[in-house]
Design a protein around this ligand. Structure first.
Ligand code: FAD
Length: 400
């Protein structure tokens, strides 16, 4: 039985996985993936890491080699989908062409959140979401120049480490009281502040940016209170806005992302969604969660492909994430929201490897593992399976 045309909007981690999984699940009809970026789909995480630090090429970042798409009869179309007509099962591209579909997947990801302050449009102010953003940053990033990073989240801190490696003077401005405030425990934030300071990065917390000023390009960042920080370039890393416009305009349920169920179906069961654009009520957490992570995009895409092929493979994997800064590999298992107890294995105020365990009512909820891959693997198993833990044992370096 032929299955007609599957159309995937968005050609990145979720979209590419979805095309591959459709073929694995036996989709026999056409598979077309439409993406609006001017390159073969590439891995995004290295953008703030190896690619920014000039240690890898764009070709090395390809999610799949060009031959993959030919071999599996996957058509990759460059273009932007501007409209979705659900009743007609048709999309319209910004160049006016239309395409009908039998099955549709929205994998539109997100874009960098803009900073609403005067001067943000000056030359020399950048965001970091695409490889073209990185190429613009690198063109300005000569050794000895002053880079100011607005936002002390993972992307901001990775960018700081990469720009230090390129020989720039780096200042991180974070509005909250500590870096990574939204996502980690105070001890983990303090650890990252220490290692960045040791590497020569100036970390300013409680620093609220009010404006950027300059002439032909940015020269200073102005903080509330009037203080000015010199800048040859500014990188803004203050979060992501999910690309939900197609879903909103076509009347799909959207919260902080396109709402999907356990089978990655949107409120229109003929349309699936996956990745950074999607928000999922995770039974494990009993709330809507929008994850911004490659493993999660892949997991949702696999489920979405199975669904389109008439199979039931609910999204089940534990969320996980990683971040690379200097010689430090942070691996995070689970989400720590709602923790009521912390257990540290190792001393983050001194060591360069430790694990921070997050517990709720005595059960392991999440773990931040710095240079502790074994702790990460074990924590993932314990949390996924809901196993009991011996809290007394957690402090040991080979804890679980
Ligand atoms: P995206 O990667 O955002 O891709 C969506 C694609 O769809 C884009 O190419 C977009 O241009 C395109 N698109 C959108 N709308 C349309 C349209 N209407 N028509 C056509 N095309 C459209 N995650 C980790 O797990 N670990 C990390 O260490 C990590 N580091 C990161 C570092 C950086 C600098 C960034 C930016 C992200 C990082 N992430 C990391 C997050 C990770 O990259 C994302 O979770 C992942 O890219 C999500 O994939 P996606 O396919 O859902 O969306």
């Amino acid at each position: 039985m032929t299955q007609g045309r599957a159309l995937i909007v968005g050609a990145s981690h979720a979209g590419v996985q979805l095309t591959a999984s459709l073929r694995q699940e036996g989709w026999s009809g056409e598979v077309i993936m439409i993406g609006d970026e001017p390159a073969l789909p590439y891995q995004r995480p290295p953008l703030s890491k190896a690619y920014l630090a000039d240690k890898s090429s764009l070709a090395e970042l390809a999610i799949r080699k060009a031959e993959f798409y030919g071999k599996h009869d996957i058509r990759v179309v460059r273009g932007a989908v501007a409209r979705l007509d659900r009743a007609a099962q048709r999309v319209k591209l910004s160049d006016g062409t239309t395409m009908d579909y039998d099955a549709l997947a929205l994998c539109t990801g997100g874009r960098a959140r803009s900073l609403p302050v005067p001067g943000v449009d000056l030359a020399g102010v950048f965001y970091l979401r695409t490889f073209t953003d990185v190429e613009s940053i690198r063109a300005s990033a000569a050794p000895g120049r002053c880079a100011v990073i607005v936002g002390g989240g993972y992307i901001g801190l990775e960018t700081a480490a990469s720009l230090r490696a390129l020989g720039l003077e780096v200042t991180v401005l974070e509005a909250a009281d500590r870096v990574l405030e939204r996502v980690t425990a105070p001890a983990v934030s303090a650890f990252y502040e220490r290692v960045h300071r040791d590497a020569g990065v100036v970390i300013r917390t409680g620093a609220l940016v009010e404006a950027m000023v300059g002439d032909d390009r940015v020269r200073e960042v102005v903080l509330s209170g009037g203080e000015r920080v010199s800048a040859d370039l500014v990188i803004v890393g203050v979060g992501l806005v999910p690309n939900t416009e197609l879903a909103v305009e076509s009347g799909l349920d959207v919260e902080d992302g396109i709402v999907i169920d356990d089978l990655a179906r949107t409120s229109d069961p003929r349309i699936v969604a996956a990745g950074d654009c999607a928000v999922h009520r995770m039974p494990r957490y009993d709330r809507l969660v929008r994850l911004e992570s490659v493993p999660s995009a892949g997991e949702q895409a696999k489920t979405a492909a199975a669904t389109l092929c008439g199979k039931e493979r609910p999204i089940a994997a534990l969320p996980w994430f990683w971040s690379d800064q200097y010689d430090l590999k942070l691996q995070i298992a689970g989400l720590n929201t709602g923790y009521d107890e912390l257990v540290l294995s190792g001393d983050p105020s001194r060591d360069r490897d430790f694990t921070c365990y997050y517990l709720r009512q005595g059960r392991l909820l999440a773990a931040d593992c710095v240079n502790r891959p074994r702790d990460f693997v074990k924590a993932k198993q314990v949390i996924s399976r809901g196993l009991d833990i011996d809290r007394g044992q957690l402090c040991a370096s080979d804890a679980l």
